[in-house]
Design a protein around this ligand. Structure first.
Ligand SMILES: [Zn+2]
Length: 139
């Protein structure tokens, strides 16, 4: 795929290919990755039925990498790998039931600094961190 792109890029440079077509190809590829992520299924059973916190009408799809509302309009999604730490299903449940996870330890910031934090569910159903020491002023 990548090699093909490089070839395409070369063609674009030589004005042989349509830039828009190339753009479309990338979009298709990005979509196929998303689909792939959704298809990776968890091997162990007993997945809890968690109702989407946003639309409150669909059961969430739980996968290794993401938890997602199946409704395309709602489109609520939570990545399960947060700053290098895999968020357990139990924590996802706690998050959605109580709007706050237990303290998640050993996450890494972009600068490479380790930190502990709770993940909190905001009123608009986005998630953010609440740090252990200086308590969040939100809410
Ligand atoms: Zn939803």
């Amino acid at each position: 795929m990548t090699a093909e792109w490089e070839l395409d890029l070369q063609k674009i440079e030589n004005n042989e290919a349509d830039v828009a077509a190339f753009q479309r190809e990338i979009e298709t590829y990005a979509k196929s990755i998303t689909d792939e992520l959704l298809q990776i299924s968890i091997t162990h059973e007993n997945l809890p039925q968690i109702i989407c916190p946003k639309c409150k009408s669909h059961g969430l799809i739980i996968r290794d990498k993401i938890v997602k509302c199946p409704d395309e309009v709602c489109n609520w999604v939570q990545f399960r790998n947060v700053c290098g730490v895999q968020i357990s299903i139990a924590d996802i449940e706690i998050l959605l039931n109580t709007s706050k996870t237990s303290l998640i330890k050993g996450m890494k910031s972009k600068a490479g600094k380790k930190f502990d934090a709770h993940i909190v569910l905001n009123e608009d159903c986005t998630t953010s961190f609440e740090f252990a020491k200086n308590k969040s002023c939100k809410k």
